[in-house]
Design a protein around this ligand. Structure first.
Ligand code: PFF
Length: 501
């Protein structure tokens, strides 16, 4: 019966599921955050720590999340309720957090669409002009969201799976092509590779490990409901452990390759133009939308073509990520209110688009220095990013592990997974200890250090940081209250409501 459910409307094949989940995982986190974080945090040492975090901690958490969705064949609230009726609020958090993320990620998505479409005319020095024209940013955000909406509206099988099967291989091919091109540029390539990868132990500290762990969680789309929801659309024919392994390998490979494309390109440009690399902005938004266009365009018209492919790849990565989180809230609305997928996804997109408007304006102000529009001293994008990344996502991932480790129990979980054809062999005991103790403790450490860093950046107390922490935990409490008052005793639906129709 379970099987038919997932066959009817869920993922139809293991590869479809793996590519969709990899589509969620591979995003801006891989293409821009990983490379510059690696360079900032000691090169190869960071890569080593990152891979260890992915394999030991990220993979275990991902197995837990996919498993929670799969065994319930339902949205996150119903899924946690099935584990224990008093845990359904975790599902509510797993639905609200990604929905907040859509509001700012789509603005960046809009930037990527604009930079891709404008590549042939040149993007260098355009960031301020574009960011300052709010209506343009809003228009491109709308285009980006429309792309994602079309896919979500077409359903899991006909939209998400189909799109991922085309887009993910395309992304990979584009990335490999860009890497090969860049590595053949000659001048500056060696310096770029050294900047990216040469191990620099002086930059390594405890916070490096935390950065690697945080990046691993973000990059694998953990703690944002996506894996629970995609997991709910799989049947027993899909091996969770193997799939998780493949998603992790793919995600890590894309992140590593992105750095191989970006830094040699940057150093090639600087050495040709005789510019001191230390004057260039090599992180965050500036790296992607200012430094890279300059780099590509300095190579002449071939550079514009490469730039187009590069940004097309970034658009693909961003769209396939945002699809997965629009799906989270859409799935719940479809199942709870028994309304059509098109209306549910349309409504979620419209609401998140409305919130993205002030986010675009605030970011524009930040980038042009024209005026200020901040919350607790941060532009809206950074504020929402901090609330979700630093406070909510670790909690959400932590609670998923606790639900499996302490409420279902690792033994029971492993038995259920083994019955579905997963094999753990001698690792059973190790994985049990990881799920129950090690992973939750490490995630709790990320959360605590994240909060301390907000409260005492550079060692001094910051009232704005306190504001962010308080608002986040208030929202957290509010969501728990809403669950117990309005949701706990009510029917919250399952996949069958839509898929068996
Ligand atoms: N794993 C994604 C990334 O690395 O960019 C994180 C993510 C962000 C997923 C935003 C989905 C999303 F909409």
């Amino acid at each position: 019966m379970e099987q038919t459910k997932s066959k009817k409307g869920g993922f139809t094949s293991a590869i479809g599921f793996i590519l969709a989940a990899a589509g969620s995982a591979v995003g801006l986190g891989n293409l821009w955050a990983f490379p510059y974080k690696t360079a900032e945090n000691g090169g190869a040492v960071f890569v080593f720590l990152y891979v260890a975090c992915v394999l030991l901690i990220g993979a275990v958490t991902m197995i837990c999340e996919i498993f929670i969705g799969r065994r319930a064949q339902a949205n996150p609230i119903t899924a946690f309720k099935k584990i224990n009726k008093n845990l359904g609020w975790i599902g509510l958090i797993a639905i609200v957090v990604p929905t907040i993320i859509v509001c700012y990620y789509s603005v960046l998505g809009g930037y990527t669409v604009r930079f891709a479409t404008n590549s042939f005319w040149g993007n260098a020095d355009n960031l301020g002009d574009f960011a300052g024209e709010s209506w343009q940013v809003i228009l491109f955000t709308a285009i980006f969201m429309a792309l994602a909406l079309v896919v979500v509206m077409a359903g899991v099988k006909g939209g998400i799976e189909k799109a991922s099967k085309v887009l993910m291989p395309a992304l990979f091919i584009l990335l490999v092509a860009v890497v090969i091109f860049v590595l053949c540029l000659g001048e500056g390539v060696k310096e770029g590779l050294s900047y990216y990868l040469i191990p620099d132990f002086s930059k390594v500290s405890f916070s490096t490990l935390l950065a690697a762990l945080g990046q691993a969680f973000y990059s694998l789309s953990l703690g944002m409901g996506a894996m629970i929801v995609y997991g709910s659309y799989t049947g027993k024919e899909i091996n969770i452990v193997k799939s998780t392994g493949m998603i992790c390998v793919f995600d890590t490979m894309v992140a590593l390759l992105a750095g191989l494309a970006i830094f040699p390109a940057v150093f090639h440009f600087t050495s040709k133009a005789g510019i001191d690399t230390s004057t260039l902005d090599l992180n965050g938004i500036m790296l992607m939308f200012e430094t890279l266009p300059k780099v590509f365009e300095s190579i002449g018209y071939i550079g514009n073509i490469i730039e187009f492919f590069f940004f097309a790849m970034v658009v693909i990565a961003a769209v396939t990520s945002v699809i997965s989180i629009i799906e989270v809230a859409s799935q719940f609305v479809i199942q709870k209110f028994k309304i059509s997928r098109k209306i549910a996804a349309g409504a979620i997109t419209l609401i998140t688009f409305a919130v993205s408007i002030p986010v675009s304006i605030s970011l524009g102000y930040l980038l042009t220095g024209k005026a200020q529009m901040t919350i607790f001293g941060l532009d809206w994008l950074s504020f929402l990013d901090t609330v979700t990344n630093t406070i909510f996502m670790p909690i959400c991932a932590l609670l998923s592990c606790i639900a499996v480790g302490w409420f279902i129990g690792p033994k029971q979980a492993i038995n259920e997974l083994t019955a579905d054809g997963n094999k753990f062999g001698k690792l059973e005991g190790f994985i049990s200890v990881m799920i129950k103790f090690v992973v939750p403790v490490l995630i709790a450490v990320i959360e605590v250090f994240g909060v301390v860093e907000l409260l005492f950046p550079n060692g001094n107390f910051d009232a704005n940081g306190l504001g962010i922490v308080l608002v986040s935990y208030l929202l957290f409490g509010l969501l728990i209250g809403i669950y117990f008052l309005f949701i706990k005793e009510r029917e919250t639906g399952t996949n069958a409501d839509e898929l068996l129709k």
